[in-house]
Design a protein around this ligand. Structure first.
Ligand code: CMP
Length: 135
């Protein structure tokens, strides 16, 4: 059975460009309830730990630098089928492939500066939520 929670981050490009409100609005309009919310700046060490699963990938160093380049907004979201529905709402990782009406289509600048993160599984949603909120 699908769990009803997922985890998201609004990334530094979007917070710098004043899109926190616009993105949270799309999330709420999409039927998600914001359960936890926190604006915070990640150190390179914390960003590296969050994305440790990608540490062998060629983009890892740049990703860590980018994710610690300014404030992010972390949130736990609730909705039936939250993980899958949220990935539909945010659109493809590469905004060039994102569908109309998705958050990344509207706000993402590139495959790296892609405005938002969304958990890819129920298991990771729980791990990522705990990383920020301890619950
Ligand atoms: P996210 O869904 O947060 O998961 C990993 C992040 O790495 C991804 O979004 C992008 O911000 C970033 N990234 C940079 N380059 C790539 C790439 N070539 N493929 C996938 N993710 C990338």
């Amino acid at each position: 059975m699908a769990t009803n929670r997922t985890f998201t981050m609004i990334k530094p490009d979007a917070t710098k460009d004043n899109h926190i409100g616009g993105i949270l609005g799309m999330i709420e309009q999409g039927g998600f309830r914001i359960v936890e919310l926190q604006k915070v700046e990640l150190t390179p060490e914390r960003a590296g730990e969050f994305y440790a699963v990608h540490k062998e990938r060629p983009f890892y160093g740049d990703l860590v630098k980018y994710m610690s380049s300014g404030p992010i907004v972390a949130a736990i979201l609730e909705k039936d089928n939250a993980v899958a529905d949220f990935r539909t709402l945010i659109g493809a990782t590469n905004p060039a492939n994102a569908e109309d009406g998705t958050i990344r289509k509207k706000y993402a600048k590139s495959i790296e500066a892609n405005a938002v993160h969304g958990s890819d599984s129920d298991e990771n949603a729980e791990i990522e939520g705990k990383f920020f909120f301890g619950k």
